[in-house]
Write a protein that binds this ligand. Structure first.
Ligand code: ASE
Length: 299
């Protein structure tokens, strides 16, 4: 039997086509503070009340709220006076600024920085490099200079990464028994220039994916030198399948590393090779089944 009868090709096509419209609706609703207002309000609110509180047009807000209902980011209740909106559980948990698991900063980073780089995806594929120059007029010669264009930009990036960490951190840290390691050092900042302190375990979370193989090697060799014998390095990254057929999330992030950084997402074998070349052994790979996976190497 031909598969065309089982698959609704136009539906898949339109869903992919409209993917960024969905992203933008979520970003904008977050940015305007709709979820925060509905969290703090006594009960459901009308579109008029929401527009008034947030200083927006009624015509724009009405449509935004209805689109959020379609996305299950809001729920609507029809009363005789009209439509009244409230947050869904997902929105209360992840899209309000005050929630412990708030993704607000991550969404704003995507909306204000990632989205602008993706505007130049075609150029990124043509050039094979990130698009800071086209998107923001900054030189891409120095990735730190581009990623952290200003103190404000750096802080937004850090808040964004932190938001993801608040959801995903636990799974990664639970992947290995880290109790043998007493002094643990989470690498950040300019680790190419700065000296690396002696420790039992170095955590490189979402670092290597920013860099090309030669830079990764340079960094891992520097860490290996500083590492105590018996110590190790823990990589936290989104792993690609060995044949690179998925997961989709890893493939998307690898495209993001093209437009935004100098690296790529890698397979377990690729990380094993980098670690082994830097002198690490007893390399273990743990797929968590969640967004981030873990790779442990020992000195
Ligand atoms: C990086 C992480 C991110 C570099 C650029 C980035 C994120 C967005 N842009 O190390 C957060 C996580 N998302 C991805 C695509 O990795």
């Amino acid at each position: 039997m031909s598969s065309t009868e089982d698959l609704d090709y136009p539906q898949i096509l339109f869903q992919y086509n409209n993917g960024f419209l969905v992203s933008k609706i979520m970003f904008t609703t977050c940015e305007l503070g709709v979820f925060d207002l509905l969290l703090e309000s006594e009960g459901p609110l009308s579109s008029d009340a929401i527009a008034e509180h947030l200083g927006t047009s009624v015509s724009g807000m009405e449509r935004l709220l209805d689109a959020c209902v379609g996305l299950k980011l809001l729920e609507v209740e029809m009363k005789s006076e009209g439509a009244f909106y409230r947050n869904t559980e997902l929105s209360n948990l992840y899209l309000t600024k005050s929630s412990p698991k708030s993704q607000y900063h991550n969404l704003m980073y995507y909306s204000k920085t990632v989205y602008l780089c993706w505007h130049y995806l075609t150029d990124a594929v043509r050039d094979g490099k990130n698009q800071y120059e086209r998107a923001f007029g900054v030189s891409s010669k120095d990735l730190f200079g581009a990623l952290y264009r200003s103190e404000e930009e750096m802080i937004k990036f850090m808040y964004g990464l932190n938001a993801i960490w608040s959801i995903c951190g636990r799974d990664v840290i639970a992947a290995f028994d880290l109790s043998p390691f007493t002094v643990i050092y989470d690498l950040g900042g300019d680790f190419f220039k700065d000296p690396i302190p002696e420790a039992d375990l170095y955590i490189l979370a979402r670092i290597l994916h920013d860099w090309a193989d030669d830079k990764c090697m340079q960094l891992l060799a520097k860490i290996h030198k500083a590492c105590k014998p018996g110590g190790g390095v823990l990589l936290v990254e989104t792993l690609l399948n060995e044949d690179k057929t998925g997961p989709l999330e890893a493939q998307l992030y690898s495209m993001n590393m093209l437009v935004q950084a100098e690296g790529k997402e890698r397979t377990p074998t690729e990380y094993r090779k980098l670690l082994a070349a830097a002198g690490f052994r007893e390399i273990q790979v743990k797929k968590t089944g969640k967004l981030y996976d873990a790779i442990l190497g020992r000195k």
